[in-house]
Design a protein around this ligand. Structure first.
Ligand code: PGA
Length: 271
């Protein structure tokens, strides 16, 4: 962080609105199945899971592999479980063998799409630039993006967390309208916490998320910053969900491993 960044830090601080009566951000809990679950397993899961979360006021999303989408959408019909994909291409059609576009996702009824997950950044050359293009394409196709940002262990140890995650956020959202930013879900996922069993402490996660919200405040204004949903992700489970999700700035979670078991994921949703 440069001296200048430090001075900027509290230039635009968002008050804790989640406790205000006139405006409450909703909690959004999304499962990310990654490359797991066959269609019959997806159907089974949703049949067991949906009745356990039917009373929640939280928004419930399952982001499933492409091959499960259609089955998941059919099985989730008439429930409060929404279905998302885990990636998409930014072009609508064309010679991109093996890719799936936002238009295709929308055509079968998908509502959400994860963009820029750290595993895609790490293994599939996803960059801040492609993330930005994909978010824009998601909006063109009326899909709601869940955009992932997060620092590596090395960056954390070098005290670069805030700098990295605010920069990733800025680049991801570049060129979007205020309204689009308000309709973007951001998932703060420290990479060292993903699938490792290590979670950021609730305070740490909350502070990082506050830094992201402050950055959005600086660029898009206070109202947008107060409205944007920012989740925490990285080894969320039923035993730590409550502590994390009750923090002032954490608006729910993006859950990997623990979203693969219906009872466990239901407990997280009903934290
Ligand atoms: P995890 O994964 O909950 O298994 O750590 C989170 C994610 O990658 O979104």
């Amino acid at each position: 962080m440069t001296k200048n960044d430090k001075n900027m830090k509290h230039f635009c601080t968002v008050p804790n609105v989640s406790k205000k009566e006139d405006f409450m951000r909703r909690k959004v809990i999304a499962g990310n199945w990654k490359m797991n679950m066959l269609p019959n397993e997806a159907i089974d899961f949703i049949e067991k899971f949906a009745p356990q979360v039917e009373k929640t006021n939280n928004e419930v999303i399952l982001c499933v592999p492409y091959t499960d989408l259609f089955y998941a959408l059919l099985t989730a019909q008439g429930t409060n479980v929404k279905i998302g994909a885990q990636n998409m291409h930014f072009e609508e059609t064309g010679a991109y063998t093996g890719e799936v576009s936002g238009k295709m996702l929308k055509s079968i009824g998908v509502e959400y799409v994860i963009i820029g997950h750290s595993e895609r950044r790490q293994y599939f050359n996803e960059t801040d630039e492609t993330v930005n293009k994909k978010i824009k394409a998601a909006f063109v196709n009326e899909l709601k993006p869940i955009v992932c940002v997060g620092e590596t262990l090395e960056q954390r140890e070098a005290n670069k967390t805030e700098e990295i995650i605010t920069k990733q956020t800025e680049l991801a959202l570049q060129g979007l309208t205020q309204e689009q930013v308000e309709n973007t879900i951001i998932a703060y996922e420290p990479i060292w916490a993903i699938g490792t069993g290590k979670t950021a402490t609730a305070d740490d996660a909350n502070n990082s998320i506050k830094a992201i919200r402050d950055k959005i405040c600086q660029i898009y204004g206070q109202m947008t910053a107060e409205r944007v949903i920012i989740q925490y992700g990285g080894s969320v489970k039923s035993t730590n969900a409550k502590e994390l999700f009750e923090m002032s700035d954490i608006d729910g979670g993006l859950v990997g491993g623990a979203s693969l078991k219906p009872d466990e994921f239901a407990k997280i949703v009903n934290f």
